[in-house]
Design a protein around this ligand. Structure first.
Ligand code: SDX
Length: 431
């Protein structure tokens, strides 16, 4: 990246403090390169929550929050979701270009051949209570993968990084389905190599050894789209966590596990589960005004889950697509009178007409409708974030791989504004 112009910093007496290069990307805001700021001025920047901070350069995903635009490697999310082939999107995010038909077939076959997990991995589940949250199990079991794959942990080797990526894309759905089976006391289902990626996942989730299971193609298409919509989202909290963990040289399984742990938070990927719990708490359309008032009350910690976004100050394009998927799934299942969906539509209408939400630009985000779709697909509420993690694994891996390959990459080590005690001696009684 070549500097386009210079940002001049003056002190309170208009004396030159420092000149900083301004860098321009292909689209989106320019950035002030502050790497030399501390050396030249003895000062840090201060940006809790990183609202104005670009942590890296990336060519994977672009978001325009004002216009509600989301591009994966330049392709609009609307077009990719319409095509509805999640593994094609995985290939695109991983290798920068869409696959030819032959490349996609080879990629799908490669993924299929890695869907089974080491049989000893099943022992890890036995240590958890049956009512353990699936995300707690995911953190434990995905983290344990690095204990099974010593053969390809050299992060400086592109070949090893590619194999780890394939293993993670292939095995996370198997582990997610195992979390579900374990929680309901049913035996694990092995992957079936004759099925597509999403068909295979749905069979591992809902089939038992005692019966055949034929995935409903409408529901398979819906889940393909849900995974595509969740695949990547620039430098969100969990992806930034994966990058920071990876910057120390940690292995890819440990880094993805860090991402899973971060995603679990209700402000992030845990929001879809929180949305459904919130809708159940609201219960009836007549109760909506009360909860809208609570969401606006500064003294009340209640927030309208599924609303608001750090970047989108317009409708989250994924929410629109998820809403359409919601209709299709509920129609296919004869649930168009679904109480929760009707309540969600009414809550959305209330919020979008309310001056508080309009002024603060709080629109429904991807999590607002995903919970309802997943609920309609028969996926239990506590599994929603695990499904989100399944979709986001490819985004985490793509960013991890990009970070490792970035010549600018160094260990991430932010500084601070210290507001604690100034130097003092121990009191006599403690010496
Ligand atoms: C995801 O970053 C990503 O890309 C994330 C994600 C991805 O794909 O990776 O898109 C996935 O995490 C989507 C977001 C899911 N989370 C939720 O739906 C939880 C509810 N939303 C909020 O907690 C909140 O909107 C955040 C966390 C999403 C964004 O928080 P910000 O950007 O730090 O905004 P903020 O908390 O500073 O809120 C700004 C104002 C505040 O009021 P003031 O202090 O300015 O008076 O808006 C208010 C907030 O109180 N506000 C809300 C609200 N969200 C923000 N008020 C009521 N209900 C809400 N949901």
């Amino acid at each position: 990246m070549t500097p386009t112009r210079t940002f001049t910093l003056l002190d309170e007496n208009s004396q030159l403090l420092c000149e900083l290069p301004v860098l321009k990307g292909t689209i989106g805001p320019d950035v002030i390169d502050v790497q030399a700021l501390y050396k030249n001025t003895g000062m840090f920047t201060y940006d809790p929550g990183f609202t104005s901070t670009a942590s890296c350069s990336s060519d994977i995903t672009y978001i325009d929050g004002e216009k509600g635009i989301l591009l994966y490697r330049g392709y609009p999310i609307e077009q990719l979701a319409k095509r509805g082939i999640f593994l094609e999107v995985c290939y695109l995010l991983l290798y920068d270009e869409l696959p030819t038909a032959d490349e996609l077939t080879a990629f799908e076959q490669n993924i299929t051949m890695h869907t089974m997990v080491h049989d000893q991995l099943t022992n890890f589940f036995k240590g958890f209570r049956r009512d353990a949250h699936p995300m707690a199990i995911m953190v434990g079991v995905v983290g344990a993968l690095s204990a099974f794959y010593h053969d390809a942990l050299d992060i400086t080797s592109k070949k090893d990084r590619d194999l780890s990526a394939i293993r993670l894309i292939a095995k996370v759905p198997t582990i997610v389905a195992m979390c579900y089976k374990y929680s309901i006391g049913l035996p694990f289902m092995y992957p079936n190599n004759k099925l597509s990626y999403v068909e295979n996942f749905m069979r591992m989730m809902f089939a038992t050894p005692c019966d055949d299971y034929v995935p409903n193609p409408v529901l398979v298409d819906a889940l393909e789209r849900i995974l595509i919509l969740h695949a990547d989202h620039e430098q969100n909290a969990s992806t930034s966590t994966v990058r920071l963990a990876g910057s120390s040289g940690a292995n890819p399984y440990a880094c993805i596990t860090a991402g899973i742990a971060c995603l679990w938070g209700a402000a992030h990927g845990g929001a879809n589960e929180a949305v459904l719990n919130m809708l159940k708490q609201i219960g009836d359309v007549s109760e909506i005004p009360k909860f809208i008032a609570r969401a606006k009350d500064k003294n009340d910690s209640f927030r309208l889950m599924g609303f608001g976004h750090r970047v989108y100050k317009n409708y989250d394009p994924r929410a629109k697509l998820m809403r359409a998927t919601c209709y299709e799934v509920l129609e296919e299942l004869g649930l168009h009178d679904d109480k929760l969906f009707k309540l969600a539509l009414e809550l959305e209408r209330f919020a979008l007409e309310d001056p508080y939400f309009i002024e603060k630009k709080l629109y429904p985000n991807v999590d607002f409708y995903s919970g309802i779709v997943l609920h309609a697909l028969g996926i239990p509420t506590n599994m929603f974030t695990a499904i989100f993690a399944m979709g986001r694994t490819i985004g985490w891996i793509a960013h991890w791989d990009e970070m490792i390959s970035d010549p600018e990459q160094r260990i991430g080590r932010p500084r601070q504004l210290f507001v604690g005690a100034t130097p003092r001696d121990l009191p006599p009684q403690h010496r």
